[in-house]
Design a protein around this ligand. Structure first.
Ligand SMILES: [Zn+2]
Length: 376
């Protein structure tokens, strides 16, 4: 069941779905803002926790926000840092602890650093984000019942704190502070449906502009689509559904059909840096939703000397990115071979354009189905 959009974000109407490339440190690696525009990227996701370390809130505030610093005219969505807390504390163990107040990082030499839901929201305002995300207590989805309960309880508590400070900052802000950003909360509860239901109900009662759910509900290398559909149904239809950290192209198509409309993933940019290029087997402008959900509709191209050193075709016949418009596989292979940075830029441009072609096809299919619905 798809939601009603378009949504007003950052002062303009935004068509959904949206794919957000990974711009963790305030850059989509190897690309600048003009490159992002060239492949149709409308929004990026950045990481609050990392940007607080460098360049830091003072620089970001002085610059007038990250978008000015990046020269980027699209939307900035900031992830709260919940995932980093999970990685640093739960996985690595000895780096600190999580309490109801927030996350305490041990820095060594007896020094601690506190990261709270309130600090995260303030930092996201300093970044100048269009969409803020509440800090959540992420946990291993297969964690035991007690830990899942704690994760849901704490996520609700932190969402309430985030909401309070968000409202207070908006009140304090002058009229010239720009369009009101959106605030999203993250549904926790692992693989446990009852826990997910309770988490969603508590967060919906607090009232947010949208709701996310974390990746990692992966079993045997595949996303649990039944659970993803179940969680999508827990979200009010007029709110945004953000599937955090998903993305293989066919998963995006399946999740979109359920009602998820924002996606962020490191895959296309990271794979590009490892010479793994995505392509549609057929022209995406003619593909049905069933075809877009089928992994068989996509192929990977791994650049290899024996296959591509003399291959003068573009990366993909179905792509109109700057790399495919002008260069061959042979040239791209050569650039990787000599270790020139241009290889990373061209490969990243191509993979992001492939994702954008998918997004554009989903929008066309969504518009067609909603106008068919109106005619009925
Ligand atoms: Zn291309």
């Amino acid at each position: 069941m798809r939601r009603t959009g378009p949504f007003r974000i950052g002062g303009r109407h935004i068509r959904l779905p949206l794919f957000l490339p990974d711009g963790t440190m305030g850059v989509v690696r190897n690309l600048d803002a003009a490159d992002l525009q060239a492949v149709g990227t409308e929004a990026v996701v950045v990481n609050t926790y990392h940007l607080m370390s460098t360049p830091g809130s003072e620089v970001l505030k002085s610059a007038g926000g990250l978008k000015r610093l990046m020269g980027f005219e699209g939307l900035v969505v900031s992830d709260s840092g919940g995932w980093q807390c999970f990685s640093l504390i739960h996985r690595a163990g000895s780096h600190g602890k999580i309490t109801d107040a927030g996350v305490v990082f041990r820095l060594g030499g007896g020094k601690n650093k506190l990261f709270t839901p309130e600090i995260s929201v303030r930092a996201q305002f300093d970044i100048g984000s269009d969409v803020l995300v509440c800090l959540d207590d992420f946990t291993d989805p297969a964690a035991g019942e007690r830990r899942l309960r704690e994760s849901v309880d704490r996520t609700t508590l932190w969402a309430r704190k985030s909401r309070n400070v968000f409202d207070r900052i908006l009140e304090e802000r002058s009229e010239s502070g720009g369009p009101r950003p959106l605030l999203l909360a993250v549904i926790q509860g692992g693989f446990d449906r009852e826990a997910r239901k309770r988490s969603a109900a508590e967060l919906v009662e607090l009232g947010f502009d949208g709701y996310g759910f974390g990746g990692y509900i992966v079993e045997n290398g595949r996303i649990n689509l039944d659970l993803s559909a179940y969680i999508a149904e827990l979200i009010p239809r007029d709110k945004i559904g953000f599937a955090l950290g998903f993305g293989r192209p066919w998963d995006i198509a399946a999740l979109w059909e359920m009602g998820w409309e924002m996606f962020d993933c490191t895959l296309p940019t990271r794979d590009a840096r490892h010479k793994r290029l995505y392509a549609f087997r057929n022209d995406p402008r003619g593909l049905s939703l069933a075809a877009l959900k089928d992994p068989g509709s996509y192929e990977y191209l791994y650049l290899r000397r024996e296959k591509h050193a003399k291959d003068f075709d573009p990366i993909s016949r179905h792509c109109d990115c700057p790399a495919c418009a002008r260069y061959s596989r042979s040239y791209l292979f050569h650039l990787f071979d000599i270790g020139d940075g241009l290889a990373l830029r061209l490969a990243t441009l191509h993979n992001l354009r492939t994702y954008q072609l998918l997004i554009e096809r989903l929008r066309t299919l969504g518009a067609a189905s909603s106008s068919a619905g109106k005619r009925e």
